[in-house]
Ligand binder design. Structure first.
Ligand SMILES: C[S@@+](CC[C@H](N)C(=O)[O-])C[C@H]1O[C@@H](n2cnc3c(N)ncnc32)[C@H](O)[C@@H]1O
Length: 228
């Protein structure tokens, strides 16, 4: 099969296979997959397919985000980890010297994150908690290089601001997946995105990019912001 692999950010690759382009990460646990994702062997290395319709971070990469704070060796607080579909790829990217704290307030998916992902990956720590209450997990999470949020809540930008003020290093990055319908179903998505950007900026974050995630995720955008 004709195939070629291009590294677009450190440890994030595009695999071109028979005319299709797939986003992939190098599997830290060869032979083990997490949510039925296909794997591919290139030069005896196993890569896991990262589907942009199932991960807003993957969608932002496919839509051409210009900077990627999730990189080898980084520390990441991930809010809205669910059962770890995206967290598993973040773990691949960070590698053994990085770490991701994956937080969710829903016990069932968090249990899957623990049993099906963190058990096999030493760089993943699940936390059962409410992202509105950073004080409650402040003893578990150090200052991090990046705060990532995919919580689909009306106050999603405030949640990022609050967590950034507790946990983000100076010069660190915040990423917010904005779900327009979680904020206001009647407002135009673009107006919701602008309002969420204002909340981030009012909280001292400098928004560097805003990327609409359609067609991978309808009425979603990713905001990329730098701490002051
Ligand atoms: C869209 S799903 C996340 C999917 C996940 N990011 C992925 O790509 O695999 C949103 C998650 O946010 C969680 N969530 C919503 N509000 C939250 C809050 N205040 N604190 C913690 N988790 C929250 C939900 O329980 C749900 O699992």
């Amino acid at each position: 099969m004709p195939q070629s692999l291009e590294e677009i950010f450190p440890e994030i690759y595009k695999l071109r296979l028979d005319g299709n382009t797939l986003l992939v990460t190098r599997n830290m646990t060869p032979g083990r997959t997490y949510y039925g994702e296909p794997t591919y062997q290139v030069d005896a290395v196993e890569y896991r397919s990262w589907n942009p319709t199932r991960s807003k971070l993957a969608a932002a990469i496919m839509k051409g985000i210009g900077y990627m704070p999730v990189r080898p060796g980084a520390t990441v607080l991930y809010l809205g980890a669910a059962s770890g579909t995206t967290v598993s790829h973040v773990s691949d990217i960070l590698g053994e010297t990085g770490h991701v704290w994956g937080l969710d307030f829903a016990p069932r998916p968090l249990r899957d994150l623990l049993d099906k992902v963190a058990r096999y990956r030493a760089n993943v720590s699940p936390i059962l908690s409410d992202a509105n209450k950073p004080m409650e997990y402040s003893s578990l999470v150090p200052k991090v290089d990046a705060v990532f949020a995919d919580v689909a809540q009306p106050n999603q930008a405030e949640i990022v601001v609050k967590n950034a003020s507790y946990f983000l290093k100076r010069g660190g990055w915040a990423m917010l997946s904005i779900k327009s319908r979680s904020v206001d179903v009647k407002q135009k998505p673009r107006d919701v995105y602008d309002a969420q950007v204002k909340v981030l900026e009012g909280g001292g974050l400098k928004v560097r990019e805003l990327i609409e995630l359609d067609p991978y995720e309808k009425d979603h955008a990713m905001a990329l912001a730098e701490s002051a």
